[in-house]
Ligand binder design. Structure first.
Ligand code: GLA
Length: 387
């Protein structure tokens, strides 16, 4: 049965384009642990949210894309054959970028009318951008008669974001939006793009707390972090043979080479090498049902993101500090790119409700802002939706 969002979307599509659409859906994501390691070929542990972006689509006889979003109400038109397409610097770049990169990958797309809607908060660090890209990609491929290869689609969406939108993101968000498995997190190897399921103890809850901080400069800072990681690899390569990414470096090797790079670059590398190790340990802890150990590793992840990678902010640190004082919390850390957005908290299921209440009060008292709080139920990856 279609949801309210799907019904609204169908109505809006009929109003805009006077015909019947097909619906596709792509989810946002959480990440238990493994932050800022995907573009270093490391391991991450994401799961899909049960919040998504939906695309309603119908093919056109020409090669035009007419796109509308109910979230940012406007209709924008593009021609798939336009040479030298330039980004507009808004949400339509996600859709157009994916269309351009699908064509570059050899797919011949049909023109289309598209309307987007969603229940995924924008700018909250839950990967609405990847969900836009993946829902658009799934929809465009399907109406063009192509079969969707999920891992390939994830890669094409990432390329669109890197080269058209201009954010040099890793593969995590697009991969999990395409390939998530309902009910589980995945331990994803960002080098081989292979993943295995990691079960979360049903006694525990994954709770997201939104600082409501939306940082405008986050993408600039993101690209700078990536450059620092590349500097670290360049410096380490002068001393260690055969390394392609920070994934290939052990902690001991990094410590031995600390003097080969500036202090800031060393700290970035220390975060990445430590975080990859923490992610593998957290997967082992969850396999063994050891929630305390998983929580401890999440706490360490936050400290490292705050002090060495320097992508936290005062509100995220506050939220994490508040969470750790509430009974039933195994671990708490900032989640995603940083500088705002949400924290992720591993909480005893019996105390999850009290946790949400207490967090709301404490954060409101400290900041005057009421934080949206959300329990994550890991959902499936992208696919056809609605009728
Ligand atoms: C953003 C990027 C991801 C990843 C995270 C940090 O969400 O899109 O590729 O790098 O930040 O872990």
């Amino acid at each position: 049965m279609e949801s309210r969002i799907e019904r609204d979307l169908i109505v809006a599509f009929r109003q805009s384009f006077a015909r019947e659409p097909r619906l596709f859906r792509a989810p946002g994501r959480i990440n238990l642990i493994g932050e800022h390691v995907d573009y270093n070929d490391g391991f991450v542990m994401p799961a899909a949210l049960d919040l998504s972006i939906w695309a309603a689509i119908a093919p056109r006889a020409d090669r035009r894309l007419r796109i509308r979003s109910l979230i940012m109400d406007e209709i924008v038109e593009f021609d798939l054959d336009e040479a030298n397409a330039r980004p507009r610097g808004d949400w339509t770049d996600y859709v157009r970028g994916v269309a351009i990169f699908l064509e570059q990958a050899g797919y011949r797309l049909s023109g289309a009318d598209l309307v987007f809607n969603g229940n995924l908060p924008i700018g909250a660090g839950l990967s609405a951008s990847a969900a836009f890209e993946v829902s658009a990609g799934f929809a465009l491929l399907t109406i063009s008669g192509a079969k969707v290869d999920r891992v390939e689609l994830a890669g094409i969406c990432q390329r669109a974001e890197n080269q058209f939108v201009g954010v040099r993101c890793g593969i995590m968000d697009q991969y999990i939006s395409c390939c998530a498995v309902a009910g589980s997190a995945l331990l994803l190897d960002c080098r081989s793009l292979t993943a295995r399921k990691v079960a979360i103890d049903p006694q525990a809850r994954l709770v997201l707390c939104d600082t409501m901080v939306r940082h405008r400069l986050a993408s600039d800072e993101y690209n700078l972090r990536r450059e620092d990681c590349e500097r670290a690899v360049a410096a380490l390569s002068t001393r260690i043979a055969g390394i392609a990414a920070l994934r290939d470096v052990t902690f001991a090797q990094l410590m031995r080479c600390a003097d080969s790079m500036p202090e800031r670059v060393f700290r970035r590398a220390r975060h990445v090498v430590g975080e990859i190790d923490r992610t593998l340990r957290a997967a082992a802890a969850l396999d063994a049902g050891d929630l305390n150990e998983c929580g401890r590793l999440m706490n360490l992840s936050h400290e490292s993101l705050r002090d060495d990678y320097q992508v936290s902010c005062a509100e995220l640190d506050l939220m994490v500090d508040l969470a750790r004082r509430i009974p039933g919390v195994y671990g708490a850390r900032m989640m995603g790119g940083g500088f705002g957005g949400c924290t992720i908290n591993l909480v005893d299921g019996k105390r999850a409700e009290a946790f949400a209440q207490s967090m709301t009060e404490r954060y409101r008292t400290a900041t005057g802002v009421t934080p949206p709080i959300l329990t994550c139920v890991p959902g499936p990856g992208a696919g056809p939706a609605g009728l």
